[in-house]
Design a protein around this ligand. Sequence first.
Ligand SMILES: [Zn+2]
Length: 123
Amino acid sequence: MQLRKHFGFEAAHVLPHHPGKCGRLHGHSYRFEVVVEGPLQIGGPATGMVIDFDALSAIVKPAVVEKLDHASLNDIMPNPTAEHIALWIWDALHSKLDQLVEIVVWETATACAVVRAQDARAR
Ligand SMILES: [Zn+2]
């Protein structure tokens, strides 16, 4: 079964290779989805769950939200496109979250980047 949980952060960025307005310093209210898949657990407090949503938050908030919120993303990665932000989040989480299968980063209400394991491996 698959679970999705949404998180958000506010951050500034500039795209150094972009010839248009994204080449100027600006900010976004980013949203991202952490997608996990796995069997329902049997036994213990997470019985009947893939993972407890609270446990998922306890992993994602310190590893991602606290690092990217109110940051200048160019201080963290050289070319912070939605694609690179999604890869950065993947890298921050994949070793901590066995069931991770997908990261979706929404830069605006209508535009998102999706990273799955094969995309992370293809770099
Ligand atoms: Zn932008």
